[in-house]
Design a protein around this ligand. Structure first.
Ligand code: HEC
Length: 116
């Protein structure tokens, strides 16, 4: 009886372990990229000010190169709170945690331009 319980215990742990593994693998499968993840967010949240086509007059953030070269400043500014010096998006509500995480994850993933 003891042995049987031990076996069942082992089987259950093995099952849980494999499920954890596959869950983690699924999460890290896709790397964020500029075209699918960053550009739509900037176009939506940083317009019109940073989009020259829309009449933006400050630093253009409408290209892969410009966003990439400003990524640290972007992350720093969007993590500030409204009213703090340098806060972005200027005079607009703070981005959601998930939107902020998209910028951070994109940086972690190596700032790809297109889907890999
Ligand atoms: C309503 C207009 C407006 C919006 C919307 C806005 N910004 Fe800005 N942004 C400004 C202004 C004005 C400045 C210049 C003043 C300053 O540096 O704080 C600026 C400066 C910046 C800079 C520094 C650029 C440089 O010259 O080095 C960054 C980076 C930036 N914004 C990021 C963002 C991001 C990311 C968003 C969207 C999430 C955003 N901003 C939305 C108006 C805006």
């Amino acid at each position: 009886m003891r042995k049987l319980l031990l076996l069942i215990g082992l089987a259950v742990s093995a099952l849980l372990l494999t499920q954890c593994r596959s869950g983690r693998a699924a999460k890290t499968q896709r790397h964020l990229n500029y075209v699918s993840d960053i550009q739509p967010l900037v176009a939506n949240k940083c317009t019109p000010c940073h989009i020259p086509d829309k009449g933006g007059k400050v630093e253009a953030l409408n290209t892969y190169t410009s966003v990439k070269s400003h990524i640290d400043d972007i992350i720093r500014r969007i993590e500030l709170n409204p009213g703090e010096k340098g806060y972005m998006p200027f005079k607009k509500p703070k981005l959601s945690d998930s939107a902020i995480n998209v910028f951070k994850q994109w940086k972690t993933d190596g700032m790809l331009e297109n889907a890999d």
